[in-house]
Write a protein that binds this ligand. Structure first.
Ligand code: 13P
Ligand code: SF4
Length: 365
């Protein structure tokens, strides 16, 4: 979705961290219950410090849907998360993305026009009404609306398995967007045979799928991926196990199948946080997810050794990293139009249906 870019006035760009912190604290105090700051686990430490709620995509969506008193929801995360908050919150609330340039490249990998084209092709092979669409929350609002219109739903990394159950109770085949890895890892977890999992690649004619493969498939994956999580490789797991023989490896399900298969535990960012919290003092845990969360967990659990699964490789999500104290202070003091996230009503209505089904399915973490 288009948005105007905010160029921060010099007053904010040149302010010291100390000054920004003081101003953010003062503004939070002034706005009181009118303001809620929702923060994703991948945000920088200094941003997480100011959260009213910190969580994974599911928790943040749920938090947005249950705000009663707030007039302003300020989101420190990426655009699809703020859009979900706008769709799920009452119309009288305004949602702002603290840095309006923060997007998620994976969400942009499934445009609704190409999805419609693929849907038409699959229906031309199978006939109408045979497939249910299931989209990861890391998707455009228009794709969420598509799922809502076609009887489908949204899932997050914390309820993909239960969302699969929801889909298979309704149809024999599901079409999963946009993350091929979350889709494949979930299908593996459900014990779906490999030859019944196929991938639709929008860069190829007919997605690269012949009618026979489509007829055979239980799960059709879209060709999308996260350029951060796909950096983790099986060699990283081998290296870390050699270096720390007692290590526990915990990874996010956006990681490659080969990595997930070697891990001790797999789950959402909230799952990873809880895993570290519950681990006995003195344990060593190697984490396969975004570096800012690993860094924060290492700092907040000094009695445990928390390390990056990828060793020295810098697995930072550049979009999550965009939000700085300067952005947060500017947003809180100005509520500038550039940061306002407003999904058009016709899209919001259908996307709401798909997101509400996600909340009904609940979370596994
Ligand atoms: P979570 O819902 O697990 O927080 O994941 C969001 C995300 O974007 C992971 O890359
Ligand atoms: Fe998107 Fe990957 Fe960043 Fe998550 S880590 S917001 S999936 S680019």
């Amino acid at each position: 979705m288009d948005h105007k870019l905010a160029i921060l006035p010099d007053e904010y760009r040149t302010a010291s961290e100390d000054e920004l912190r003081k101003r953010i604290i003062a503004r939070k105090k002034q706005l009181g219950e009118k303001l809620v700051i929702l923060t994703h686990h991948y945000q920088r430490l200094e941003i997480v410090d100011f959260n009213d709620f910190v969580g994974d995509s599911y928790g943040l969506s749920e938090a947005a849907s249950r705000q009663e008193k707030a007039e302003y929801i300020v989101f420190c995360g990426v655009r699809f998360m703020a859009e979900a908050a706008d769709i799920l919150s009452d119309d009288n609330k305004k949602v702002y993305l603290a840095n309006p340039t923060a997007g998620c490249p994976m969400a942009n990998m499934a445009g609704v026009e190409e999805v419609q084209e693929s849907w038409d092709y699959l229906e031309s092979v199978l006939g109408p009404g045979k497939i249910i669409p299931l989209s990861y929350i890391n998707s455009l609002a228009t794709l969420k609306a598509f799922c809502g219109r076609h009887g489908g739903l949204i899932c997050t990394s914390s309820n993909a398995s239960t969302a699969f159950d929801y889909c298979f109770a309704k149809k024999k085949k599901l079409f999963f967007f946009p993350d091929q890895y979350l889709g494949r890892n979930t299908a593996n977890r459900k014990g779906i045979p490999k030859d019944k999992i196929v991938m639709y690649n929008p860069n190829l004619k007919n997605g690269g799928l012949d009618p026979e493969s489509i007829e055979r498939a239980d799960v059709i994956l879209w060709y999308g991926y996260c350029h951060v999580h796909t950096n983790f490789k099986p060699e990283h797991v081998a290296d870390v196990r050699k270096k720390y023989p007692d290590v526990k490896v915990v990874v996010h399900p956006e990681c490659r199948e080969e990595v997930v298969n070697l891990a001790d535990s797999v789950g959402s960012t909230s799952h990873i946080v809880k895993y570290v919290e519950k681990a006995p003092s003195g344990s060593t845990i190697a984490i396969g997810t975004e570096l800012n969360l690993i860094y924060r967990l290492a700092i907040t659990h000094p009695d445990k050794k928390v390390v990056n699964l990828a060793g020295k490789m810098c697995v930072v999500c550049p979009n999550m990293f965009r939000t700085s104290l300067h952005d947060l202070c500017f947003t809180l003091e100005n509520f500038d139009e550039s940061g306002l996230v407003k999904v058009p009503d016709d899209i919001s209505r259908d996307a709401f249906v798909a997101l509400e089904r996600m909340l009904e399915v609940g979370t596994e973490d």
